[in-house]
Design a binder for this molecule. Structure first.
Ligand code: NDP
Length: 283
């Protein structure tokens, strides 16, 4: 029997309704949650992502601004703009779309965002706070994955979780969140020996490598929960994940599709983080 499908679109819709309600309540009290999205350059995928983020804000009644800057914007000018937005009372969340052009140090840019407006959760203060279990913001993609696990009421305590991919924005924070939820966590990277020996042990398998369909059916434990973070464009223009969905759906107990899985939940968690940033303002 094919695995249960964890429908990211349906879950995102439900969570966004709750966000819209809380946004309306806060707005009525005089604080309209606001997100500023900064895009530097013309990366086509980034253009789509930022449009989706701004549209999602509008749909839940939030204020949003989208700033498109030319690819040759200087780092100094970008830092200056972030400093202004840090002081802007109508903006509660600041997001700089990555990747940035090579002449800009993205680490320095992220550190320039006030931690209390760092709705992506990438600032070192939030990354460190996540490590000790007290972040202001959880990074949106792993946070969305945790919501998906919650939605199927999967008991994370004592579960064996394996994460394939160890980036700062997905793999590492995912490991922290699962650890805090009581799972026993293994993180794999490109140097991991005998990857399948690890993945086959997983009750919860989270994959975020950017390698299309690299997790095949024989790498998955029967009944496992498989969360596919990958977004890859195939030569025929179709999107696929890092998991071979057509094979793995016959082995897993539950699986997220691509598209329509983690992607919509990532944007939803961005909205939730922005809302919570605004809710922290003393009225
Ligand atoms: P990065 O390129 O930053 O990191 C990839 C990680 O995967 C690295 O840790 C790398 O190991 C590891 N890796 C690469 N190849 C292998 C392999 N063969 N076996 C085991 N590990 C491997 O990617 P991101 O974390 O930024 O993104 C990962 C994927 O998730 C991409 O497809 C991206 O588009 C997608 N994504 C989707 C989001 C969503 O909202 N759905 C949000 C963010 C990302 P090493 O450390 O050794 O290099």
């Amino acid at each position: 029997m094919p695995a249960q499908l964890i429908d990211g679109n349906a879950l995102a819709k439900k969570v966004r309704l709750e966000i819209a309600t809380r946004t309306a309540i806060l707005t009525a009290k005089g604080v309209k949650p606001g997100l500023a999205v900064l895009l530097v350059g013309e990366d086509p995928a980034s253009q789509v992502y930022v449009r989706n983020k701004v549209k999602a804000c509008e749909d839940v009644g939030m204020h949003s601004i989208l700033e498109r800057h030319p690819a040759d914007l200087s780092e100094e000018k970008l830092l200056k703009r972030i400093a202004e937005l840090n002081q802007d009372a109508s903006i509660h969340g600041i997001l700089v779309q990555l990747p940035l052009p090579k002449h800009i140090d993205s680490h320095r840019v992220i550190e320039a965002i006030a931690p209390e407006k760092d709705v992506d959760g990438f600032h070192v203060a939030n990354a460190g706070a996540l490590m000790i279990g007290a972040p202001l913001f959880r990074p949106c993609t792993p946070y969305g994955c945790m919501k998906m696990l919650e939605s199927i009421e999967y008991p994370t305590k004592g579960a064996r979780a394996v994460i394939v991919g160890a980036s700062n924005i997905v793999g590492k924070p995912m490991a922290m969140l699962l650890l805090q939820a009581g799972a026993t966590v293994t993180i794999c990277n490109s140097k991991t020996k005998d990857l399948a020996a690890h993945t086959k042990e997983a009750d919860i398998l989270v994959v975020a490598t950017g390698r299309p369909k690299m997790i095949t059916g024989n790498m998955v434990k029967p009944g496992a929960i498989v969360i596919d973070v990958g977004i890859n464009r195939l030569p025929d223009g179709k999107l696929c994940g890092d998991v071979d969905f057509d094979e793995v759906k016959y082995v897993a107990g539950a699986i997220t599709p691509v598209p329509g899985g983690v992607g919509p939940m990532t944007i939803t968690m961005l909205l939730l983080n922005t809302l919570e940033a605004a809710e922290r303002i003393k009225i």
